[in-house]
Design a protein around this ligand. Structure first.
Ligand SMILES: C[S@@+](CC[C@H](N)C(=O)[O-])C[C@H]1O[C@@H](n2cnc3c(N)ncnc32)[C@H](O)[C@@H]1O
Length: 444
């Protein structure tokens, strides 16, 4: 059955969920059977892993170790046809191992999810041990798998293009029979962590490439009226610029420029940052004569390593919703962590002004609002670059719809900021009504 159904599913997932598969080369010289071990976000995970292997992969058909209660549901009965079997883990480790070992000894590969299925602490701890023990007993390797974007997946979200799914197959782990139980669990979790870290690395590189491409013509956006409107509104949202300020994801430097305009007479120290090298060069060039401005490489995917309570103000125009990872966190958790990190580096009383495309943003409206600039024949390059900018903007919009970027409603933003501790939150709609400028502060 999988020979027909898996390619069909793969096509559906490629079209509707932008499925991307990485690390299959790690399986090239591995003999079957193997134990795939993956994070778990929804009932779609087993078919996602299966469809991510080639249709004629030696590992098909794959069996799925499942929680017993699943088989009381209709989904469970259907899942049986796909190879799901009751793991019997609640009866103890030995009974949990029995069926899986039978399958492995019979040359069949299995998937065991190490999270989500087992809400009870005791079962969650059993599954930690179970996977390395099965590997040791069967002498078959564990293949760590990391699924990105598979949490809470549903057909509705898939067909509405609301998800982006990526799969990473890690290096197979052969459990050394001399290891103690604790050591086995440790090497097992290290290999899962490694697969996750590799996936994050891939996601980061893709982001850097995306912004790298955009950097070649991003400065043309600054010439368009809607962007000018945004910069003007942003300027009005920033109070006095005194002391030490940092601009995150500075791009071609529109916000650094207004910080400089406002802060130069106060001898304000300004740090311009970005994680993309073309932008860094552009910033260095643009502000080379400004002694009060320092340009630094800063990847918001990592911890912002400035001293706590050290900034009078932080700005980030159209940057933070595009953060896809921060340290170990992914997606919305990453976005929240960056906001927490910003709260930490701000001085008490410090101001934070940032902006975000609104929920359900329509960037074509910005394009339409820029028509005067596009057809300004004094600079013919505008005609050439405008569709390219629109194309990038539509990609950004798509990522927002798929949940890769975070375009939240005002209420959601307020809730997150309040939970972190920010106060005096205000919003201003700008950029052809497609962007919100948010102003808030760290309490004194
Ligand atoms: C839409 S541009 C905004 C540029 C600028 N703030 C402005 O107002 O025109 C987004 C910027 O965020 C930067 N960026 C995206 N992800 C980043 C990350 N993880 N760390 C640092 N900068 C990032 C991009 O390189 C790009 O310069």
């Amino acid at each position: 059955m999988h020979i027909i159904s898996l390619p069909a599913l793969r096509i559906i997932f490629k079209i509707f969920a932008g499925l991307e598969i990485y690390g299959r080369e790690n399986l090239k010289n591995v003999k079957k059977p193997v134990i795939f071990s993956s994070n778990h976000g929804s009932y779609f995970d087993p078919p996602i892993i299966s469809m991510s292997l080639t249709s004629f992969s030696k590992f098909h058909p794959i069996y799925y170790f499942s929680e017993d209660s699943l088989f009381k549901t209709t989904i469970g009965k259907l899942a049986k046809v796909w190879g799901a079997f009751p793991g019997k883990l609640n009866k103890g480790i030995d009974s949990g191992m029995r069926k899986t070992l039978e399958l492995l000894w019979g040359g069949k590969s299995v998937i065991i999810f190490f999270e989500w299925c087992y809400k009870q602490e005791i079962l969650a701890r059993r599954v930690d041990k179970l996977i390395p023990l099965i590997s040791k007993e069967s002498m078959r390797p564990i293949v760590p798998v990391f699924l990105y974007g598979a949490e809470n997946l549903s057909w509705k979200k898939i067909f509405k293009f609301q998800k982006k799914v990526m799969v990473f197959f890690g290096k197979p782990l052969y459990i050394n029979g001399h290891l103690s139980e604790e050591e086995m669990i440790k090497v097992f979790y290290d290999s899962l962590g490694d697969a996750r870290a590799r996936m994050i690395e891939i996601v980061k590189k893709k982001e850097q490439k995306f912004w790298g491409n955009y950097s070649k013509f991003y400065n043309y956006l600054e010439k368009a009226d809607p962007h000018k409107e945004l910069v003007e509104d942003f300027k009005n949202s920033i109070g006095d610029v005194k002391g030490r300020w940092i601009d995150l994801g500075s791009g071609s430097g529109a916000i650094v420029n207004i910080l400089n305009e406002k802060g130069a007479s106060n001898n304000a120290e300004i740090i311009a940052t970005d994680f993309e090298h073309n932008f860094i060069e552009e910033l260095k060039n643009r502000f080379k004569e400004k002694n009060n401005i320092r340009v630094e490489f800063l990847d918001l995917g990592d911890q912002i390593n400035f001293e706590k309570n050290s900034f009078d103000g932080v700005t980030a125009n159209l940057v933070l919703p595009y953060i896809v990872c921060h340290n170990d966190a992914l997606n919305l958790a990453a976005f929240k962590n960056v906001l927490k990190n910003i709260f930490e580096i701000l001085k008490p009383g410090g101001g934070f002004v940032w902006s975000s495309p609104k929920k359900g943003v329509r960037f074509w409206k910005v394009f339409v609002a820029s028509r005067k600039n596009i057809f300004d024949f004094k600079d013919k390059k505008n005609i050439y670059y405008s569709p390219m900018i629109l194309n990038q903007a539509l990609k950004i919009e798509k990522r927002g719809r798929r949940g890769v970027y975070h375009f939240l409603a005002k209420e959601e933003i307020d809730k997150i900021l309040t939970e972190i501790g920010f106060v005096n939150i205000t919003h201003k709609v700008s950029m052809a009504k497609q962007v919100n400028i948010i102003k808030c502060a760290k309490p004194i």
